[in-house]
Design a protein around this ligand. Structure first.
Ligand code: CAA
Length: 379
Protein backbone atom coordinates (compact mmCIF):
# COMPACT_ATOMS: atom_id res chain seq x y z
CA UNK A 1 0.00 0.00 0.00
CA UNK A 2 1.70 3.27 -1.07
CA UNK A 3 2.64 5.77 1.64
CA UNK A 4 2.83 8.67 -0.82
CA UNK A 5 -0.03 11.13 -0.50
CA UNK A 6 -1.80 12.35 -3.64
CA UNK A 7 -1.65 16.01 -4.71
CA UNK A 8 -5.20 16.49 -3.40
CA UNK A 9 -4.34 14.99 -0.02
CA UNK A 10 -1.23 17.20 0.26
CA UNK A 11 -3.32 20.25 -0.65
CA UNK A 12 -5.86 19.34 2.04
CA UNK A 13 -3.06 18.87 4.61
CA UNK A 14 -1.43 22.21 3.79
CA UNK A 15 -4.70 24.15 3.73
CA UNK A 16 -5.91 22.70 7.04
CA UNK A 17 -2.46 23.09 8.63
CA UNK A 18 -2.46 26.80 7.77
CA UNK A 19 -5.95 27.29 9.16
CA UNK A 20 -5.22 25.29 12.32
CA UNK A 21 -1.83 26.85 13.08
CA UNK A 22 -2.82 30.44 12.22
CA UNK A 23 -6.29 30.51 13.77
CA UNK A 24 -6.99 27.53 16.05
CA UNK A 25 -3.64 27.11 17.83
CA UNK A 26 -3.55 30.68 19.21
CA UNK A 27 -7.07 30.20 20.68
CA UNK A 28 -6.45 26.73 22.11
CA UNK A 29 -5.01 27.92 25.45
CA UNK A 30 -7.96 30.21 26.15
CA UNK A 31 -10.47 27.54 25.11
CA UNK A 32 -8.81 25.08 27.50
CA UNK A 33 -8.68 27.52 30.42
CA UNK A 34 -12.21 28.88 29.96
CA UNK A 35 -13.78 25.49 29.13
CA UNK A 36 -15.32 27.23 26.15
CA UNK A 37 -16.93 25.52 23.15
CA UNK A 38 -14.89 26.56 20.07
CA UNK A 39 -17.92 27.74 18.08
CA UNK A 40 -15.82 30.09 15.94
CA UNK A 41 -13.58 27.17 14.88
CA UNK A 42 -16.63 25.15 13.85
CA UNK A 43 -17.96 28.11 11.88
CA UNK A 44 -14.61 28.56 10.12
CA UNK A 45 -14.51 24.89 9.20
CA UNK A 46 -18.06 25.14 7.86
CA UNK A 47 -17.12 28.16 5.72
CA UNK A 48 -14.19 26.22 4.26
CA UNK A 49 -16.24 23.07 3.59
CA UNK A 50 -14.47 20.99 6.25
CA UNK A 51 -17.55 19.74 8.11
CA UNK A 52 -18.25 17.09 5.49
CA UNK A 53 -14.86 16.37 3.93
CA UNK A 54 -15.55 12.73 2.91
CA UNK A 55 -19.26 13.27 2.15
CA UNK A 56 -20.23 13.40 -1.57
CA UNK A 57 -20.85 16.84 -3.02
CA UNK A 58 -24.46 15.91 -3.86
CA UNK A 59 -25.08 15.84 -0.07
CA UNK A 60 -23.30 19.11 0.65
CA UNK A 61 -19.89 17.63 1.46
CA UNK A 62 -16.48 18.25 -0.09
CA UNK A 63 -16.43 14.89 -1.91
CA UNK A 64 -12.87 14.03 -0.78
CA UNK A 65 -11.64 10.61 0.30
CA UNK A 66 -11.61 9.36 3.89
CA UNK A 67 -7.82 9.73 4.17
CA UNK A 68 -8.08 13.46 3.38
CA UNK A 69 -10.56 13.78 6.24
CA UNK A 70 -8.24 11.83 8.56
CA UNK A 71 -5.34 14.13 7.68
CA UNK A 72 -7.58 17.12 8.47
CA UNK A 73 -8.46 15.69 11.92
CA UNK A 74 -4.74 15.14 12.57
CA UNK A 75 -3.82 18.72 11.63
CA UNK A 76 -6.70 20.28 13.57
CA UNK A 77 -5.96 18.19 16.68
CA UNK A 78 -2.32 19.27 16.46
CA UNK A 79 -3.58 22.80 17.10
CA UNK A 80 -6.70 22.20 19.23
CA UNK A 81 -7.63 18.66 20.26
CA UNK A 82 -11.11 19.73 21.42
CA UNK A 83 -11.94 20.99 17.93
CA UNK A 84 -10.47 17.76 16.57
CA UNK A 85 -12.81 15.46 18.47
CA UNK A 86 -15.86 17.62 17.72
CA UNK A 87 -15.07 17.31 13.98
CA UNK A 88 -14.27 13.59 14.28
CA UNK A 89 -17.51 12.62 16.04
CA UNK A 90 -19.57 14.89 13.78
CA UNK A 91 -18.09 13.38 10.62
CA UNK A 92 -17.32 9.72 11.34
CA UNK A 93 -20.24 8.98 13.62
CA UNK A 94 -23.03 11.39 12.62
CA UNK A 95 -22.52 12.23 8.92
CA UNK A 96 -21.53 8.63 8.12
CA UNK A 97 -24.58 7.30 10.00
CA UNK A 98 -26.76 9.14 7.49
CA UNK A 99 -24.55 8.45 4.48
CA UNK A 100 -24.33 4.70 5.10
CA UNK A 101 -27.71 3.91 6.64
CA UNK A 102 -30.05 6.83 5.91
CA UNK A 103 -33.00 6.72 3.52
CA UNK A 104 -33.18 9.27 0.71
CA UNK A 105 -35.60 11.36 2.83
CA UNK A 106 -33.39 11.20 5.92
CA UNK A 107 -30.37 12.25 3.88
CA UNK A 108 -32.33 15.13 2.37
CA UNK A 109 -33.47 16.26 5.80
CA UNK A 110 -30.27 15.82 7.78
CA UNK A 111 -27.13 14.91 5.82
CA UNK A 112 -27.05 18.09 3.78
CA UNK A 113 -27.31 20.23 6.93
CA UNK A 114 -24.63 18.21 8.72
CA UNK A 115 -22.16 18.03 5.84
CA UNK A 116 -22.42 21.76 5.16
CA UNK A 117 -21.83 22.54 8.84
CA UNK A 118 -25.21 24.19 9.30
CA UNK A 119 -25.91 21.50 11.94
CA UNK A 120 -23.52 19.73 14.28
CA UNK A 121 -23.93 16.00 14.87
CA UNK A 122 -23.39 13.81 17.94
CA UNK A 123 -23.45 10.09 18.72
CA UNK A 124 -25.23 8.75 21.79
CA UNK A 125 -24.42 5.14 22.68
CA UNK A 126 -22.88 5.09 26.17
CA UNK A 127 -24.98 4.81 29.33
CA UNK A 128 -24.18 4.56 33.05
CA UNK A 129 -24.27 0.75 32.88
CA UNK A 130 -23.31 0.36 29.23
CA UNK A 131 -19.81 1.69 28.53
CA UNK A 132 -17.53 -1.05 27.17
CA UNK A 133 -20.66 -3.24 26.92
CA UNK A 134 -23.15 -1.21 24.87
CA UNK A 135 -25.27 -4.30 24.10
CA UNK A 136 -26.45 -3.87 27.71
CA UNK A 137 -27.97 -0.42 27.09
CA UNK A 138 -31.35 0.23 28.69
CA UNK A 139 -32.76 3.46 27.22
CA UNK A 140 -36.09 2.27 25.80
CA UNK A 141 -38.13 3.31 22.77
CA UNK A 142 -41.75 2.18 22.49
CA UNK A 143 -43.69 2.72 19.28
CA UNK A 144 -46.98 4.60 19.72
CA UNK A 145 -48.61 5.51 16.42
CA UNK A 146 -46.17 7.60 14.40
CA UNK A 147 -43.79 8.24 17.31
CA UNK A 148 -41.24 6.38 19.39
CA UNK A 149 -41.58 7.26 23.07
CA UNK A 150 -38.06 7.28 24.46
CA UNK A 151 -37.12 6.97 28.15
CA UNK A 152 -33.72 6.74 29.80
CA UNK A 153 -30.42 8.57 29.74
CA UNK A 154 -27.06 8.65 27.97
CA UNK A 155 -23.70 9.52 29.48
CA UNK A 156 -20.37 11.02 28.33
CA UNK A 157 -21.81 12.32 25.08
CA UNK A 158 -19.44 14.47 23.00
CA UNK A 159 -20.84 17.92 22.07
CA UNK A 160 -23.82 17.45 24.43
CA UNK A 161 -26.01 20.54 24.26
CA UNK A 162 -24.07 22.01 21.33
CA UNK A 163 -25.06 19.41 18.74
CA UNK A 164 -28.25 19.73 16.70
CA UNK A 165 -28.75 16.03 15.86
CA UNK A 166 -28.04 13.02 18.11
CA UNK A 167 -27.58 9.57 16.54
CA UNK A 168 -29.09 7.70 19.49
CA UNK A 169 -29.14 3.99 20.27
CA UNK A 170 -32.17 2.67 22.10
CA UNK A 171 -33.71 -0.64 23.14
CA UNK A 172 -36.83 -1.44 21.12
CA UNK A 173 -37.15 -5.02 22.33
CA UNK A 174 -36.37 -6.03 25.92
CA UNK A 175 -33.98 -8.77 27.04
CA UNK A 176 -32.38 -9.54 23.72
CA UNK A 177 -28.99 -7.81 24.12
CA UNK A 178 -27.67 -6.47 20.80
CA UNK A 179 -30.57 -7.85 18.74
CA UNK A 180 -33.04 -5.56 20.53
CA UNK A 181 -31.18 -2.31 19.80
CA UNK A 182 -32.30 0.27 17.23
CA UNK A 183 -31.01 3.65 16.13
CA UNK A 184 -33.03 6.89 16.23
CA UNK A 185 -32.18 10.36 14.89
CA UNK A 186 -33.04 12.79 17.68
CA UNK A 187 -33.26 16.52 17.01
CA UNK A 188 -32.14 18.83 19.81
CA UNK A 189 -35.59 20.42 20.27
CA UNK A 190 -37.44 17.11 20.51
CA UNK A 191 -40.15 17.37 23.23
CA UNK A 192 -39.06 15.40 26.33
CA UNK A 193 -35.35 15.53 25.39
CA UNK A 194 -32.98 17.58 27.56
CA UNK A 195 -29.30 17.85 28.30
CA UNK A 196 -28.31 16.99 31.89
CA UNK A 197 -25.00 17.30 33.71
CA UNK A 198 -21.92 18.43 31.80
CA UNK A 199 -18.85 16.63 33.17
CA UNK A 200 -15.77 18.38 34.55
CA UNK A 201 -12.95 16.61 32.75
CA UNK A 202 -9.17 16.33 33.01
CA UNK A 203 -8.70 17.58 29.44
CA UNK A 204 -10.49 18.42 26.19
CA UNK A 205 -12.07 21.37 27.97
CA UNK A 206 -13.48 22.88 24.80
CA UNK A 207 -15.62 19.86 24.08
CA UNK A 208 -18.67 19.53 26.35
CA UNK A 209 -19.18 15.93 27.44
CA UNK A 210 -22.50 15.37 29.09
CA UNK A 211 -25.67 13.54 29.88
CA UNK A 212 -28.75 13.29 27.67
CA UNK A 213 -32.11 12.75 29.34
CA UNK A 214 -35.14 11.25 27.60
CA UNK A 215 -38.39 11.67 29.52
CA UNK A 216 -41.18 10.39 27.28
CA UNK A 217 -39.32 12.05 24.41
CA UNK A 218 -41.34 11.88 21.18
CA UNK A 219 -39.21 10.91 18.20
CA UNK A 220 -40.98 10.54 14.82
CA UNK A 221 -41.10 6.99 13.52
CA UNK A 222 -39.59 8.35 10.29
CA UNK A 223 -36.38 8.98 12.29
CA UNK A 224 -35.61 5.29 12.71
CA UNK A 225 -32.21 4.75 11.05
CA UNK A 226 -31.99 1.33 9.42
CA UNK A 227 -34.42 -1.36 10.57
CA UNK A 228 -35.51 -2.10 14.12
CA UNK A 229 -32.95 -4.42 15.75
CA UNK A 230 -30.11 -3.30 13.47
CA UNK A 231 -28.90 -0.55 15.80
CA UNK A 232 -25.99 -2.43 17.37
CA UNK A 233 -24.44 -3.32 14.02
CA UNK A 234 -24.87 0.28 12.86
CA UNK A 235 -23.15 1.47 16.05
CA UNK A 236 -20.25 -0.95 15.62
CA UNK A 237 -19.66 -0.31 11.93
CA UNK A 238 -19.67 3.46 12.54
CA UNK A 239 -17.09 2.98 15.30
CA UNK A 240 -14.84 1.17 12.81
CA UNK A 241 -14.47 4.49 10.97
CA UNK A 242 -14.65 6.56 14.16
CA UNK A 243 -11.67 4.81 15.69
CA UNK A 244 -9.49 5.84 12.74
CA UNK A 245 -10.52 9.44 13.48
CA UNK A 246 -9.52 9.09 17.15
CA UNK A 247 -6.19 7.61 16.00
CA UNK A 248 -5.72 10.73 13.87
CA UNK A 249 -6.63 12.99 16.77
CA UNK A 250 -4.04 11.23 18.96
CA UNK A 251 -1.48 11.50 16.18
CA UNK A 252 -2.00 15.27 15.98
CA UNK A 253 -1.61 15.67 19.75
CA UNK A 254 1.56 13.54 19.73
CA UNK A 255 3.05 15.52 16.84
CA UNK A 256 2.35 18.81 18.61
CA UNK A 257 4.04 17.59 21.81
CA UNK A 258 7.04 16.29 19.88
CA UNK A 259 7.48 19.62 18.04
CA UNK A 260 7.59 21.55 21.34
CA UNK A 261 9.95 19.02 22.97
CA UNK A 262 12.37 19.05 20.03
CA UNK A 263 12.47 22.84 19.88
CA UNK A 264 12.93 23.12 23.65
CA UNK A 265 15.71 20.51 23.73
CA UNK A 266 17.67 22.46 21.11
CA UNK A 267 17.41 25.71 23.10
CA UNK A 268 17.56 24.67 26.75
CA UNK A 269 21.12 24.86 28.02
CA UNK A 270 22.30 22.81 31.03
CA UNK A 271 25.84 21.80 31.97
CA UNK A 272 27.03 24.35 29.40
CA UNK A 273 25.27 22.91 26.31
CA UNK A 274 21.82 22.38 24.82
CA UNK A 275 20.17 19.33 26.42
CA UNK A 276 19.58 17.96 22.86
CA UNK A 277 23.31 17.16 22.84
CA UNK A 278 22.86 14.64 25.65
CA UNK A 279 22.22 11.07 24.56
CA UNK A 280 19.57 10.65 27.29
CA UNK A 281 17.43 13.28 25.51
CA UNK A 282 18.40 12.15 21.98
CA UNK A 283 17.16 8.61 22.66
CA UNK A 284 13.85 9.94 23.99
CA UNK A 285 13.41 12.13 20.88
CA UNK A 286 14.31 9.21 18.60
CA UNK A 287 11.76 6.92 20.27
CA UNK A 288 9.06 9.62 20.15
CA UNK A 289 9.63 10.30 16.41
CA UNK A 290 9.68 6.58 15.58
CA UNK A 291 6.43 5.88 17.43
CA UNK A 292 4.72 8.86 15.73
CA UNK A 293 5.81 7.64 12.29
CA UNK A 294 4.60 4.11 13.03
CA UNK A 295 1.28 5.44 14.33
CA UNK A 296 0.83 7.54 11.19
CA UNK A 297 1.41 4.50 8.98
CA UNK A 298 -1.21 2.50 10.88
CA UNK A 299 -3.77 5.33 10.87
CA UNK A 300 -3.31 6.09 7.16
CA UNK A 301 -3.41 2.37 6.28
CA UNK A 302 -6.75 1.96 8.05
CA UNK A 303 -8.11 5.04 6.25
CA UNK A 304 -6.91 3.72 2.88
CA UNK A 305 -8.62 0.37 3.49
CA UNK A 306 -11.86 2.22 4.23
CA UNK A 307 -11.42 4.27 1.06
CA UNK A 308 -10.96 1.06 -0.92
CA UNK A 309 -14.14 -0.42 0.56
CA UNK A 310 -12.13 -3.22 2.20
CA UNK A 311 -12.65 -4.64 5.72
CA UNK A 312 -10.90 -2.37 8.22
CA UNK A 313 -12.30 -3.19 11.65
CA UNK A 314 -9.12 -4.88 12.94
CA UNK A 315 -6.85 -2.27 11.32
CA UNK A 316 -8.92 0.60 12.78
CA UNK A 317 -8.56 -0.91 16.25
CA UNK A 318 -4.81 -1.40 15.75
CA UNK A 319 -4.45 2.21 14.58
CA UNK A 320 -6.51 3.57 17.48
CA UNK A 321 -4.68 1.43 20.02
CA UNK A 322 -1.18 2.28 18.83
CA UNK A 323 -1.73 5.96 18.03
CA UNK A 324 -3.44 6.73 21.34
CA UNK A 325 -0.83 4.84 23.39
CA UNK A 326 1.76 6.79 21.39
CA UNK A 327 0.05 10.08 22.22
CA UNK A 328 0.13 9.25 25.94
CA UNK A 329 3.78 8.18 25.82
CA UNK A 330 4.97 11.07 23.66
CA UNK A 331 3.12 13.76 25.63
CA UNK A 332 4.42 12.31 28.91
CA UNK A 333 7.98 12.30 27.54
CA UNK A 334 7.53 15.86 26.26
CA UNK A 335 6.59 16.98 29.79
CA UNK A 336 9.69 15.13 31.06
CA UNK A 337 12.01 16.83 28.55
CA UNK A 338 10.66 20.25 29.54
CA UNK A 339 11.10 19.32 33.22
CA UNK A 340 9.54 21.81 35.64
CA UNK A 341 8.40 24.01 32.74
CA UNK A 342 6.61 21.02 31.22
CA UNK A 343 4.52 20.66 34.35
CA UNK A 344 3.43 24.31 34.24
CA UNK A 345 0.83 26.00 32.06
CA UNK A 346 3.41 28.36 30.55
CA UNK A 347 4.07 25.64 27.94
CA UNK A 348 1.34 23.64 26.16
CA UNK A 349 2.70 20.15 26.84
CA UNK A 350 0.74 19.64 30.08
CA UNK A 351 -2.45 20.33 28.08
CA UNK A 352 -1.37 17.87 25.41
CA UNK A 353 -0.83 15.24 28.11
CA UNK A 354 -4.27 15.88 29.64
CA UNK A 355 -5.92 15.86 26.21
CA UNK A 356 -4.12 12.66 25.16
CA UNK A 357 -5.39 10.56 28.07
CA UNK A 358 -9.01 10.31 26.94
CA UNK A 359 -8.02 9.04 23.50
CA UNK A 360 -7.07 5.77 25.23
CA UNK A 361 -10.58 5.64 26.69
CA UNK A 362 -13.28 6.84 24.31
CA UNK A 363 -14.60 5.15 21.15
CA UNK A 364 -13.69 1.93 22.93
CA UNK A 365 -10.99 1.67 25.61
CA UNK A 366 -7.67 0.28 24.44
CA UNK A 367 -8.54 -2.92 26.28
CA UNK A 368 -11.61 -3.21 24.00
CA UNK A 369 -9.42 -2.52 20.94
CA UNK A 370 -7.20 -5.46 21.93
CA UNK A 371 -10.32 -7.60 22.29
CA UNK A 372 -11.51 -6.63 18.79
CA UNK A 373 -8.05 -7.35 17.32
CA UNK A 374 -7.78 -10.71 19.12
CA UNK A 375 -11.28 -11.76 17.96
CA UNK A 376 -10.25 -11.06 14.35
CA UNK A 377 -7.02 -13.02 14.79
CA UNK A 378 -8.82 -16.01 16.27
CA UNK A 379 -11.90 -16.26 14.07
N1 CAA B 1 -19.44 -4.06 12.28
C1 CAA B 1 -20.63 -4.65 12.05
N2 CAA B 1 -21.15 -5.59 12.90
C2 CAA B 1 -20.42 -5.92 13.99
C3 CAA B 1 -19.17 -5.33 14.27
C4 CAA B 1 -18.67 -4.37 13.36
N3 CAA B 1 -17.50 -3.79 13.56
N4 CAA B 1 -18.71 -5.85 15.42
C5 CAA B 1 -19.62 -6.74 15.86
N5 CAA B 1 -20.66 -6.79 14.98
C6 CAA B 1 -21.84 -7.66 15.03
C7 CAA B 1 -21.41 -9.11 15.23
O1 CAA B 1 -21.12 -9.73 13.99
C8 CAA B 1 -22.62 -9.73 15.90
O2 CAA B 1 -23.61 -9.99 14.92
P1 CAA B 1 -24.52 -11.35 14.89
O3 CAA B 1 -25.54 -11.16 15.94
O4 CAA B 1 -25.08 -11.37 13.52
O5 CAA B 1 -23.58 -12.48 15.21
C9 CAA B 1 -23.13 -8.58 16.77
O6 CAA B 1 -22.59 -7.35 16.20
C10 CAA B 1 -22.68 -8.68 18.21
O7 CAA B 1 -21.27 -8.73 18.20
P2 CAA B 1 -20.44 -9.24 19.47
O8 CAA B 1 -21.02 -10.53 19.96
O9 CAA B 1 -19.01 -9.20 19.10
O10 CAA B 1 -20.79 -8.11 20.54
P3 CAA B 1 -20.25 -7.90 22.01
O11 CAA B 1 -21.39 -7.55 22.89
O12 CAA B 1 -19.35 -9.01 22.43
O13 CAA B 1 -19.40 -6.52 21.87
C11 CAA B 1 -17.45 -5.18 21.51
C12 CAA B 1 -18.29 -6.39 21.06
C13 CAA B 1 -16.36 -5.03 20.47
C14 CAA B 1 -16.84 -5.39 22.88
C15 CAA B 1 -18.33 -3.90 21.53
O14 CAA B 1 -19.26 -3.98 22.56
C16 CAA B 1 -17.54 -2.62 21.68
O15 CAA B 1 -17.00 -2.10 20.71
N6 CAA B 1 -17.50 -2.02 22.91
C17 CAA B 1 -16.93 -0.69 23.10
C18 CAA B 1 -17.98 0.38 22.99
C19 CAA B 1 -17.45 1.68 22.47
O16 CAA B 1 -16.54 1.72 21.67
N7 CAA B 1 -18.07 2.78 22.89
C20 CAA B 1 -17.69 4.05 22.38
C21 CAA B 1 -18.74 5.05 22.71
S1 CAA B 1 -18.82 6.36 21.53
C22 CAA B 1 -17.61 7.45 21.91
O17 CAA B 1 -16.78 7.23 22.75
C23 CAA B 1 -17.60 8.66 21.06
C24 CAA B 1 -16.98 9.84 21.69
O18 CAA B 1 -17.54 10.48 22.50
C25 CAA B 1 -15.65 10.29 21.26
Amino acid sequence: MPYQLTDEQIMMRDTVRRLAQNEFAPRAVEIDRQHRFPRENIQRMAELGLMGIPIPEEWGGAGCDFLSYIIAVEEISRACASTGVILAVHTSLACFALLQFGTQEQKERYLRRLASGEWLGAYALTEANAGSDPANLSTTARLEGDYYIVNGSKLFITSAGEADLYVTFVRTSPGSRHKGISCLLVERDTPGFTVGKIEEKMGLHGDPTGELIFDNARVPRANLLGAEGEGFKIAMSLLDGGRIGIGAQALGIAQAAFDVALDYAKKRVQFGRPIAEFQAIQFMLADMATRIDAARLLVYRAARLKDMGLPHSKEASMAKLFATDTAMQVTTDAVQILGGYGYCKEYPVERYMRDAKVTQIYEGTNQIQRLVIARHLLK
